[in-house]
Design a protein around this ligand. Structure first.
Ligand SMILES: *Cc1c(COP(=O)(O)O)cnc(C)c1O
Length: 391
Protein backbone atom coordinates (compact mmCIF):
# COMPACT_ATOMS: atom_id res chain seq x y z
CA UNK A 1 0.00 0.00 0.00
CA UNK A 2 1.11 3.51 -0.71
CA UNK A 3 2.24 5.06 2.56
CA UNK A 4 0.79 8.43 1.59
CA UNK A 5 -2.68 6.91 1.40
CA UNK A 6 -2.71 5.70 4.98
CA UNK A 7 -1.50 8.95 6.48
CA UNK A 8 -4.14 11.48 7.46
CA UNK A 9 -4.07 14.50 5.20
CA UNK A 10 -1.86 17.23 6.61
CA UNK A 11 -3.59 20.08 8.35
CA UNK A 12 -7.06 18.62 8.47
CA UNK A 13 -7.41 18.49 12.25
CA UNK A 14 -10.09 21.18 12.17
CA UNK A 15 -8.14 23.50 14.46
CA UNK A 16 -7.76 26.28 11.91
CA UNK A 17 -8.50 27.05 8.30
CA UNK A 18 -7.77 29.63 5.65
CA UNK A 19 -10.87 30.30 3.61
CA UNK A 20 -10.04 31.52 0.12
CA UNK A 21 -12.66 33.60 -1.64
CA UNK A 22 -12.15 32.79 -5.32
CA UNK A 23 -14.76 35.40 -6.29
CA UNK A 24 -12.60 38.09 -4.68
CA UNK A 25 -9.63 36.89 -6.73
CA UNK A 26 -11.75 37.01 -9.87
CA UNK A 27 -12.98 40.51 -9.02
CA UNK A 28 -9.35 41.56 -8.70
CA UNK A 29 -8.56 40.13 -12.14
CA UNK A 30 -11.50 42.12 -13.51
CA UNK A 31 -10.22 45.26 -11.78
CA UNK A 32 -6.97 45.07 -13.75
CA UNK A 33 -8.82 44.29 -16.98
CA UNK A 34 -10.92 47.43 -16.46
CA UNK A 35 -7.94 49.57 -15.50
CA UNK A 36 -5.88 48.47 -18.51
CA UNK A 37 -8.21 47.13 -21.20
CA UNK A 38 -5.32 46.77 -23.63
CA UNK A 39 -3.44 44.32 -21.43
CA UNK A 40 -3.99 40.61 -20.97
CA UNK A 41 -3.52 39.37 -17.43
CA UNK A 42 -0.74 36.92 -16.67
CA UNK A 43 -1.76 35.57 -13.26
CA UNK A 44 1.42 35.10 -11.24
CA UNK A 45 0.60 32.10 -9.06
CA UNK A 46 4.09 31.32 -7.75
CA UNK A 47 4.74 30.26 -4.15
CA UNK A 48 1.50 28.28 -3.98
CA UNK A 49 -0.43 31.29 -5.21
CA UNK A 50 1.10 33.51 -2.50
CA UNK A 51 -0.11 30.90 0.00
CA UNK A 52 -3.67 30.79 -1.37
CA UNK A 53 -3.22 27.50 -3.29
CA UNK A 54 -1.71 27.57 -6.76
CA UNK A 55 -4.05 25.36 -8.78
CA UNK A 56 -7.44 26.64 -7.53
CA UNK A 57 -6.20 30.23 -7.88
CA UNK A 58 -4.92 29.57 -11.40
CA UNK A 59 -8.24 28.05 -12.44
CA UNK A 60 -10.22 30.94 -10.97
CA UNK A 61 -8.03 33.51 -12.75
CA UNK A 62 -8.30 31.74 -16.09
CA UNK A 63 -12.08 31.53 -15.69
CA UNK A 64 -12.05 35.29 -15.05
CA UNK A 65 -10.26 35.91 -18.33
CA UNK A 66 -6.56 35.80 -17.45
CA UNK A 67 -4.80 34.33 -20.48
CA UNK A 68 -1.38 33.48 -19.06
CA UNK A 69 0.08 32.03 -15.87
CA UNK A 70 3.47 33.00 -14.48
CA UNK A 71 5.54 30.99 -12.01
CA UNK A 72 9.02 31.26 -10.56
CA UNK A 73 10.05 27.61 -10.48
CA UNK A 74 9.96 24.70 -12.89
CA UNK A 75 8.26 22.52 -10.29
CA UNK A 76 5.37 24.98 -10.16
CA UNK A 77 4.94 24.93 -13.94
CA UNK A 78 4.92 21.13 -13.86
CA UNK A 79 2.26 21.10 -11.13
CA UNK A 80 0.03 23.32 -13.26
CA UNK A 81 0.39 20.94 -16.20
CA UNK A 82 -0.18 17.89 -13.99
CA UNK A 83 -3.43 19.50 -12.84
CA UNK A 84 -4.50 19.57 -16.49
CA UNK A 85 -4.17 23.31 -16.98
CA UNK A 86 -3.33 24.01 -20.61
CA UNK A 87 -3.06 27.83 -20.61
CA UNK A 88 0.33 29.28 -21.58
CA UNK A 89 2.79 29.35 -18.68
CA UNK A 90 6.01 31.35 -18.29
CA UNK A 91 8.70 30.21 -15.83
CA UNK A 92 11.64 32.42 -14.90
CA UNK A 93 13.81 30.46 -12.46
CA UNK A 94 14.88 26.95 -13.33
CA UNK A 95 17.99 24.82 -13.26
CA UNK A 96 19.79 23.30 -16.26
CA UNK A 97 18.27 19.89 -15.52
CA UNK A 98 14.72 21.27 -15.46
CA UNK A 99 14.67 22.16 -19.16
CA UNK A 100 14.03 18.68 -20.47
CA UNK A 101 11.02 18.37 -18.12
CA UNK A 102 9.41 21.59 -19.26
CA UNK A 103 7.15 20.45 -22.04
CA UNK A 104 5.01 23.22 -23.50
CA UNK A 105 6.13 25.86 -21.00
CA UNK A 106 7.71 29.16 -22.01
CA UNK A 107 11.12 29.54 -20.40
CA UNK A 108 12.64 32.90 -19.62
CA UNK A 109 16.14 33.46 -20.94
CA UNK A 110 18.50 35.61 -18.91
CA UNK A 111 21.73 35.19 -20.87
CA UNK A 112 23.68 33.35 -23.54
CA UNK A 113 24.28 30.20 -21.48
CA UNK A 114 20.55 29.74 -20.87
CA UNK A 115 19.84 30.47 -24.52
CA UNK A 116 22.22 27.73 -25.67
CA UNK A 117 20.79 25.24 -23.20
CA UNK A 118 17.23 26.02 -24.33
CA UNK A 119 18.28 25.58 -27.96
CA UNK A 120 19.73 22.16 -27.12
CA UNK A 121 16.57 21.00 -25.31
CA UNK A 122 14.33 19.44 -27.96
CA UNK A 123 11.12 20.00 -25.99
CA UNK A 124 11.58 23.75 -25.54
CA UNK A 125 9.28 25.40 -28.06
CA UNK A 126 8.94 28.98 -26.86
CA UNK A 127 11.34 31.25 -25.02
CA UNK A 128 11.04 34.78 -23.70
CA UNK A 129 14.11 36.99 -23.43
CA UNK A 130 14.48 39.01 -20.26
CA UNK A 131 16.32 42.33 -20.29
CA UNK A 132 17.60 43.88 -17.07
CA UNK A 133 16.36 47.47 -17.22
CA UNK A 134 17.44 48.49 -13.74
CA UNK A 135 16.29 46.02 -11.10
CA UNK A 136 19.71 44.36 -11.33
CA UNK A 137 18.40 41.05 -10.11
CA UNK A 138 18.07 38.83 -13.16
CA UNK A 139 17.96 39.08 -16.92
CA UNK A 140 20.39 40.01 -19.63
CA UNK A 141 22.64 42.98 -19.04
CA UNK A 142 22.17 45.71 -21.61
CA UNK A 143 25.75 45.12 -22.75
CA UNK A 144 24.95 41.54 -23.73
CA UNK A 145 21.49 42.23 -25.16
CA UNK A 146 22.51 42.72 -28.82
CA UNK A 147 24.50 39.50 -28.86
CA UNK A 148 21.67 37.67 -27.05
CA UNK A 149 18.97 38.85 -29.45
CA UNK A 150 21.12 38.18 -32.54
CA UNK A 151 21.96 34.69 -31.33
CA UNK A 152 18.31 34.07 -30.45
CA UNK A 153 17.28 35.16 -33.96
CA UNK A 154 19.82 32.74 -35.50
CA UNK A 155 18.58 29.85 -33.36
CA UNK A 156 14.97 30.74 -34.13
CA UNK A 157 15.77 30.70 -37.86
CA UNK A 158 17.22 27.21 -37.37
CA UNK A 159 13.87 26.15 -35.91
CA UNK A 160 15.21 25.50 -32.40
CA UNK A 161 12.50 27.58 -30.72
CA UNK A 162 10.31 30.60 -31.16
CA UNK A 163 11.01 33.82 -29.27
CA UNK A 164 7.49 34.50 -28.05
CA UNK A 165 8.17 37.40 -25.71
CA UNK A 166 10.50 40.11 -24.50
CA UNK A 167 10.22 41.23 -20.93
CA UNK A 168 11.68 43.00 -17.95
CA UNK A 169 10.79 43.68 -14.31
CA UNK A 170 10.35 46.98 -12.47
CA UNK A 171 12.35 48.02 -9.41
CA UNK A 172 9.87 50.66 -8.14
CA UNK A 173 6.53 49.48 -9.51
CA UNK A 174 4.66 50.83 -6.49
CA UNK A 175 6.20 54.30 -6.58
CA UNK A 176 3.49 56.75 -7.60
CA UNK A 177 5.92 59.34 -9.02
CA UNK A 178 6.93 56.78 -11.62
CA UNK A 179 10.39 58.22 -12.31
CA UNK A 180 12.06 54.81 -12.22
CA UNK A 181 9.18 53.20 -14.12
CA UNK A 182 9.55 55.64 -16.99
CA UNK A 183 13.31 55.20 -17.12
CA UNK A 184 12.91 51.43 -17.22
CA UNK A 185 10.19 51.68 -19.87
CA UNK A 186 12.50 53.77 -22.06
CA UNK A 187 15.28 51.25 -21.68
CA UNK A 188 12.88 48.39 -22.42
CA UNK A 189 11.69 50.20 -25.55
CA UNK A 190 15.27 50.57 -26.72
CA UNK A 191 15.79 46.85 -26.08
CA UNK A 192 12.70 46.00 -28.16
CA UNK A 193 14.02 48.10 -31.06
CA UNK A 194 17.33 46.23 -30.95
CA UNK A 195 15.58 42.86 -30.80
CA UNK A 196 13.46 43.73 -33.85
CA UNK A 197 16.59 44.88 -35.66
CA UNK A 198 18.10 41.47 -34.89
CA UNK A 199 15.11 39.91 -36.65
CA UNK A 200 12.90 38.92 -33.74
CA UNK A 201 9.15 39.47 -33.90
CA UNK A 202 7.70 38.41 -30.53
CA UNK A 203 3.95 38.48 -29.83
CA UNK A 204 4.36 39.62 -26.23
CA UNK A 205 6.04 42.53 -24.50
CA UNK A 206 5.67 42.80 -20.73
CA UNK A 207 7.21 44.89 -18.01
CA UNK A 208 4.78 45.58 -15.18
CA UNK A 209 3.79 43.79 -11.97
CA UNK A 210 0.55 44.61 -10.12
CA UNK A 211 1.49 48.07 -8.88
CA UNK A 212 3.42 48.89 -12.05
CA UNK A 213 0.34 48.04 -14.11
CA UNK A 214 -1.60 50.64 -12.15
CA UNK A 215 1.17 53.22 -12.24
CA UNK A 216 2.49 52.91 -15.77
CA UNK A 217 0.60 53.17 -19.03
CA UNK A 218 2.48 51.97 -22.10
CA UNK A 219 0.42 51.12 -25.18
CA UNK A 220 2.83 48.62 -26.71
CA UNK A 221 2.76 46.24 -23.71
CA UNK A 222 0.57 43.16 -24.19
CA UNK A 223 0.68 41.40 -20.82
CA UNK A 224 0.54 42.50 -17.19
CA UNK A 225 2.14 40.12 -14.70
CA UNK A 226 -0.29 40.32 -11.76
CA UNK A 227 0.63 38.58 -8.51
CA UNK A 228 -0.01 40.57 -5.33
CA UNK A 229 -3.05 42.29 -6.79
CA UNK A 230 -4.84 38.97 -7.30
CA UNK A 231 -4.85 38.52 -3.54
CA UNK A 232 -6.05 42.02 -2.72
CA UNK A 233 -2.65 43.48 -1.88
CA UNK A 234 -3.56 46.99 -2.93
CA UNK A 235 -0.33 48.96 -3.05
CA UNK A 236 -1.77 51.91 -4.97
CA UNK A 237 -5.32 51.81 -3.63
CA UNK A 238 -7.45 50.81 -6.62
CA UNK A 239 -10.09 48.87 -4.68
CA UNK A 240 -8.74 45.32 -4.63
CA UNK A 241 -10.25 42.76 -2.25
CA UNK A 242 -8.33 40.52 0.16
CA UNK A 243 -9.13 36.87 -0.53
CA UNK A 244 -7.83 35.00 2.50
CA UNK A 245 -9.61 34.75 5.85
CA UNK A 246 -7.67 32.92 8.57
CA UNK A 247 -9.75 31.61 11.43
CA UNK A 248 -9.44 29.19 14.30
CA UNK A 249 -11.29 28.52 17.56
CA UNK A 250 -10.50 29.30 21.16
CA UNK A 251 -9.05 26.09 22.54
CA UNK A 252 -9.15 26.76 26.27
CA UNK A 253 -9.70 29.65 28.66
CA UNK A 254 -8.45 30.21 32.19
CA UNK A 255 -8.71 32.86 34.86
CA UNK A 256 -5.43 34.36 36.10
CA UNK A 257 -4.74 36.82 38.89
CA UNK A 258 -3.13 40.25 38.78
CA UNK A 259 0.65 39.81 38.76
CA UNK A 260 0.66 36.41 37.07
CA UNK A 261 2.65 36.02 33.85
CA UNK A 262 1.71 34.38 30.56
CA UNK A 263 3.66 32.32 28.01
CA UNK A 264 7.46 31.85 27.73
CA UNK A 265 9.49 34.32 29.74
CA UNK A 266 6.35 35.94 31.12
CA UNK A 267 6.64 38.90 28.73
CA UNK A 268 3.01 39.58 29.64
CA UNK A 269 2.11 40.08 33.30
CA UNK A 270 -1.56 40.65 34.12
CA UNK A 271 -2.24 44.08 35.60
CA UNK A 272 -5.62 42.93 36.92
CA UNK A 273 -7.44 39.67 37.32
CA UNK A 274 -8.33 38.56 33.81
CA UNK A 275 -9.35 35.67 31.57
CA UNK A 276 -6.81 34.45 29.02
CA UNK A 277 -7.58 32.21 26.06
CA UNK A 278 -5.44 29.71 24.15
CA UNK A 279 -5.41 30.08 20.37
CA UNK A 280 -4.02 27.03 18.53
CA UNK A 281 -1.87 28.79 15.92
CA UNK A 282 1.79 29.72 16.17
CA UNK A 283 4.81 30.78 14.23
CA UNK A 284 5.00 27.35 12.57
CA UNK A 285 1.68 28.33 11.00
CA UNK A 286 3.02 31.67 9.86
CA UNK A 287 1.91 33.87 12.75
CA UNK A 288 4.87 36.26 13.03
CA UNK A 289 6.58 35.84 16.40
CA UNK A 290 7.13 38.92 18.50
CA UNK A 291 4.29 41.11 17.22
CA UNK A 292 1.87 43.08 19.33
CA UNK A 293 -1.28 42.13 17.48
CA UNK A 294 -5.00 41.82 18.07
CA UNK A 295 -7.49 39.25 16.83
CA UNK A 296 -11.30 39.29 16.64
CA UNK A 297 -13.27 37.11 19.07
CA UNK A 298 -17.01 37.51 19.45
CA UNK A 299 -16.94 40.78 17.55
CA UNK A 300 -14.32 42.29 19.87
CA UNK A 301 -10.63 42.93 19.21
CA UNK A 302 -8.50 41.33 21.92
CA UNK A 303 -4.72 41.62 22.27
CA UNK A 304 -2.19 38.81 22.15
CA UNK A 305 -0.70 38.28 25.61
CA UNK A 306 2.96 37.35 25.76
CA UNK A 307 5.14 35.47 23.30
CA UNK A 308 3.78 33.61 20.32
CA UNK A 309 4.96 30.00 20.47
CA UNK A 310 5.45 27.50 17.66
CA UNK A 311 1.93 26.13 17.79
CA UNK A 312 -0.09 28.46 19.98
CA UNK A 313 -0.53 31.88 21.44
CA UNK A 314 -2.58 33.38 24.27
CA UNK A 315 -5.01 36.28 24.15
CA UNK A 316 -6.09 38.54 26.98
CA UNK A 317 -9.87 38.31 27.04
CA UNK A 318 -10.37 40.61 30.02
CA UNK A 319 -13.84 40.07 31.37
CA UNK A 320 -15.35 39.11 28.01
CA UNK A 321 -17.54 36.03 28.09
CA UNK A 322 -15.60 34.12 25.45
CA UNK A 323 -15.58 30.34 25.73
CA UNK A 324 -13.69 27.45 24.18
CA UNK A 325 -14.99 26.84 20.66
CA UNK A 326 -15.62 30.52 19.92
CA UNK A 327 -14.35 31.63 16.51
CA UNK A 328 -11.08 33.56 16.42
CA UNK A 329 -10.58 35.65 13.28
CA UNK A 330 -6.85 36.20 12.84
CA UNK A 331 -7.30 38.21 9.67
CA UNK A 332 -9.78 38.76 6.87
CA UNK A 333 -10.95 41.57 4.63
CA UNK A 334 -11.69 43.78 7.65
CA UNK A 335 -15.41 44.01 6.95
CA UNK A 336 -16.40 42.61 10.35
CA UNK A 337 -13.84 44.54 12.33
CA UNK A 338 -11.14 41.89 12.10
CA UNK A 339 -7.53 42.79 11.28
CA UNK A 340 -6.40 42.46 7.67
CA UNK A 341 -3.26 40.86 6.24
CA UNK A 342 -2.03 44.42 5.73
CA UNK A 343 -2.49 45.10 9.47
CA UNK A 344 -0.44 42.03 10.34
CA UNK A 345 2.23 43.10 7.87
CA UNK A 346 2.43 46.50 9.54
CA UNK A 347 2.66 44.93 13.01
CA UNK A 348 5.39 42.58 11.82
CA UNK A 349 7.33 45.20 9.87
CA UNK A 350 6.88 43.37 6.58
CA UNK A 351 4.61 43.29 3.53
CA UNK A 352 1.32 41.37 3.25
CA UNK A 353 2.94 39.11 0.62
CA UNK A 354 5.12 37.59 3.35
CA UNK A 355 2.18 37.16 5.73
CA UNK A 356 0.10 35.28 3.12
CA UNK A 357 3.00 33.17 1.80
CA UNK A 358 3.95 32.29 5.35
CA UNK A 359 0.65 30.70 6.36
CA UNK A 360 1.88 27.21 6.97
CA UNK A 361 1.13 23.81 5.52
CA UNK A 362 -0.74 22.76 8.68
CA UNK A 363 -3.50 25.22 7.88
CA UNK A 364 -5.89 23.68 5.35
CA UNK A 365 -7.26 25.93 2.62
CA UNK A 366 -10.97 25.87 1.92
CA UNK A 367 -12.33 27.46 -1.24
CA UNK A 368 -15.44 29.52 -1.64
CA UNK A 369 -16.75 28.95 -5.13
CA UNK A 370 -16.94 31.98 -7.38
CA UNK A 371 -20.65 31.37 -7.99
CA UNK A 372 -21.21 31.48 -4.24
CA UNK A 373 -22.59 27.98 -4.52
CA UNK A 374 -20.74 26.65 -1.53
CA UNK A 375 -17.22 25.59 -0.87
CA UNK A 376 -14.85 22.76 -1.46
CA UNK A 377 -12.09 21.39 0.67
CA UNK A 378 -10.47 21.36 3.07
CA UNK A 379 -7.36 20.95 0.96
CA UNK A 380 -3.83 20.88 2.31
CA UNK A 381 -1.83 23.52 0.42
CA UNK A 382 0.13 22.31 -2.54
CA UNK A 383 -2.05 19.25 -2.88
CA UNK A 384 -4.68 18.46 -5.40
CA UNK A 385 -8.09 17.84 -3.89
CA UNK A 386 -10.21 14.92 -5.05
CA UNK A 387 -12.43 17.34 -6.96
CA UNK A 388 -9.43 18.91 -8.66
CA UNK A 389 -8.26 15.48 -9.72
CA UNK A 390 -11.53 14.68 -11.45
CA UNK A 391 -11.46 17.80 -13.58
C1 LIG B 1 6.39 37.93 -8.36
C2 LIG B 1 6.59 38.53 -9.68
C3 LIG B 1 5.57 39.28 -10.30
C4 LIG B 1 4.30 39.67 -9.60
O1 LIG B 1 4.55 40.87 -8.93
P1 LIG B 1 3.43 41.50 -7.98
O2 LIG B 1 4.04 42.75 -7.49
O3 LIG B 1 3.22 40.49 -6.93
O4 LIG B 1 2.25 41.69 -8.84
C5 LIG B 1 5.77 39.71 -11.60
N1 LIG B 1 6.91 39.42 -12.25
C6 LIG B 1 7.93 38.76 -11.68
C7 LIG B 1 9.17 38.50 -12.43
C8 LIG B 1 7.81 38.28 -10.37
O5 LIG B 1 8.82 37.63 -9.81
Amino acid sequence: MNLVEVLPQAGCDGLAEAVIDLAAIQANVHRFQTLRPGLQVMAVVKADGFGHGMVPVARACLAAGATWLGVARAEEALQLREAGITAPVLVWLYGPDDLELLEDVDVSIAGLAELERAAAAPNVQNVQLKLDTGLHRGGSSSGQWIELTEQAARLEAEGRFHVRGLWSHLSHGDEPSGVHNRRQLEMFRAGVVLARRAGLDPEHLHLTNSAGTVALDAPELTLARIGAGLFGIDELGVGLQPAMRLTTRLHQTRRIRAGEGVSYGHDFVAERDTTVGLVPLGYADGIPRGVHATVLIGGVRVPIAGRIAMDQFVVDLGDATAAPGDEVVVFGDGSQGEPTGADWARWAGTIPHEIYCGIGARVPRRYLDPAGSGSSGPVAPGRISPTERQK
